[in-house]
Design a protein around this ligand. Structure first.
Ligand SMILES: [Zn+2]
Length: 385
């Protein structure tokens, strides 16, 4: 019923990312496959594309030194190990966060690696630093283990087994070392961006300022990758397949990083707007701005309620995070109540517009001072790899 695409746009436009049940659009299709210590593990369909790409890349290399019947299973095992080590990297973030008392919701594996979703409420700069560093650390550890396997397997195993094992392990070792190196580049949303943010936060004691710095660094990194990708064909002739493939990979990764960095800033800004405010405050106009219109209750006299599904309700005194969470699902309206008394209905589009305005432009001239945000701001951390 209705147009779900429209609804998703209304929600994602202001970057509403808080409250249980929200899935960033890119993660909405992920399939749940397992549960590790209360952390849901999901596979996005795009991960199949990653598997095929990695397997093809590995196969191109393996057929040089091995027969096809041997190279194909080697490439398949290599691709599976890439997924497994990506998962290990994400699991490290998740377990370190859990260890520090931070609620972790899910790990999703997708085309660009992995994403760990966590509720960052109560997180300190020190927590953030540790959670960010443990991912690249585990990738380096994986790199070292595969390096050792690649070195010793030709001596320990019979030739027929030793050579392919050494080849696959060697490639996996380098893959993980490169992954750690790329991830530690200081720009949001990479782990290095989080490290930068945590360090800046420690120095300036201002989380939002630290976040803006890491986002700007991430956007600069994204633009640099796009620029390099566009220049690559002029440096290396385009007729060479690797140059054009490399160019496309750089541009796509750069755009992805740039957009992810921007989204991270929007999420944080919106969380700042939502934190510590109630539905009642929204309806009386946040920071002196126009409140979203409150429509009459759906079951008011004369309203046609036939075929209208039961809408979720929030209380006037409820937190704005609860209101945003209530909009999740196949409906674009939420009922507002004051105890048992029905007050009216809020439309998602109007709420999104209102929050968006406060987020972008702050307090209206002459409006009341915005309340100090409850520090640290509760937010959901989404990070690639
Ligand atoms: Zn990571």
């Amino acid at each position: 019923m209705g147009a779900p695409a429209e609804r998703r746009r209304a929600l994602s436009a202001p970057g509403v990312s808080t409250g249980r049940g929200y899935r960033p659009p890119m993660l909405a299709r992920a399939v749940r496959i397992a549960n590790v210590r209360g952390v849901e593990v999901r596979l996005d369909p795009s991960v199949l594309l990653l598997g095929v790409l990695v397997a093809a890349l590995f196969l191109l290399r393996f057929v040089d030194g091995f027969s096809w019947p041997l190279a194909i299973p080697m490439a398949a095992v290599g691709a599976l190990l890439v997924m497994a080590t990506t998962f290990a990297h994400e699991l490290a973030h998740a377990l370190e966060a859990q260890h520090r008392g931070i609620e972790v919701e899910a790990i999703t594996l997708l085309l660009f690696g992995g994403v760990t979703e966590m509720h960052a409420g109560g997180q300190t700069a020190r927590d953030e630093l540790a959670i960010a560093l443990v991912g690249p650390y585990v990738s380096l550890l994986c790199g070292a283990v595969f390096g050792i396997v690649a070195t010793v397997s030709p001596d320990l195993l019979p030739d027929a087994v030793g050579a392919p094992v050494a080849e696959v392990a060697g490639l996996l070792g380098w893959w993980n070392v490169l992954l750690a190196a790329f991830n530690i580049v200081p720009g949001a949303p990479l782990d290095g961006g989080r490290v930068l943010r945590a360090l800046m936060w420690m120095i300036t004691r201002d989380r939002m300022r630290a976040l803006r710095t890491s986002v700007r660094a991430g956007q600069l990194l994204g633009l640099t990758l796009v620029g390099t990708g566009l220049l690559l064909p002029f440096v290396a002739p385009l007729t060479l397949l690797p140059a054009s493939v490399g160019s496309v990979i750089l541009v796509v990764t750069g755009v992805f990083l740039y957009l992810a960095a921007r989204r991270e800033l929007r999420h944080a800004e919106l969380d700042e707007v939502l934190s510590g405010r109630t539905v009642r405050e929204l309806l009386s106009g946040l920071d002196g701005r126009q409140p979203p219109p409150l429509e009459p209750p759906p079951d008011a006299v004369g309203a046609d309620t036939a075929g209208v599904p039961e809408l979720p309700a929030v209380q006037l005194h409820a937190d704005l995070h609860a209101l945003v969470a209530a909009f999740q699902g196949d409906h674009d309206r939420v009922r507002v109540a004051d105890g048992a008394v029905e007050v009216g209905t809020l439309v998602e589009r109007d709420v999104a517009r209102s929050l968006h305005e406060v987020r972008r432009f702050g307090a209206a001239a002459g409006g009341p001072e915005p309340p100090a945000p409850a520090a640290p701001v509760a937010s959901r951390d989404v990070e690639p790899m």
